[in-house]
Design a protein around this ligand. Structure first.
Ligand SMILES: Cc1cc2nc3c(=O)[nH]c(=O)nc-3n(C[C@H](O)[C@H](O)[C@H](O)COP(=O)(O)O)c2cc1C
Length: 148
């Protein structure tokens, strides 16, 4: 069974709602979803998962501090141990969304493999956005299964 880690940060809940939708998609595809706030996630979470979703609000066109905090703490402990692991990024924003580039750039430095297009959502995810996020969860389960 594919274990999908969902690491995210949120200020006002929009990105948590998005993360929950991804987790629903993971579970509906028969995977295990592990949701962690960026400040609470530990490097072992990244080592132990089969695929990972990184989520943030857009903060001045960069990822939020909670996710950045996780990336900073996880880099050395996971270096060369997660090469090729499937990942996807998701961002909620207020009309911009450029923060996704910062997540993709760091994921590339971690040598992760982009398993699906990033999902950008303006504000709180509505029904249509939730459906797209659920799809992303399903894709990550499939990518994690084919990796293991
Ligand atoms: C400090 C701060 C900076 C922000 N900067 C941007 C930005 O540069 N571009 C943008 O589109 N939205 C920006 N926003 C809006 C948030 O990204 C947006 O409201 C997001 O959905 C909030 O997600 P959350 O509810 O998970 O915190 C900013 C919000 C905050 C609090």
């Amino acid at each position: 069974m594919s274990k999908v880690l969902i690491v995210y940060c949120t200020m006002t809940g929009n990105t948590r709602t998005a993360a929950e939708a991804i987790a629903d998609g993971v579970k509906s595809a028969g995977g295990e979803a592990v949701m962690k706030d960026g400040c609470q996630a530990v490097p072992e979470d990244l080592l132990k998962c089969d695929a990972v979703a990184f989520g943030s609000y857009d903060a001045f066109s960069y990822m939020g501090g909670g996710l950045k905090n996780f990336f900073d703490r996880a880099f050395y402990p996971t270096q060369n141990a997660i090469t090729g692991k499937p990942y996807a990024a998701f961002v909620t924003h207020g009309g911009g969304g450029k923060a996704v580039q910062s997540i993709e750039s760091v994921a590339q430095t971690f040598k992760l493999n982009k398993a699906a297009d990033s999902v950008l959502v303006k504000g709180r995810p509505d029904e249509q956005a939730v459906a797209g996020l659920q799809e992303l969860g399903k894709k990550l389960v499939a990518a994690g299964n084919s990796k293991t």
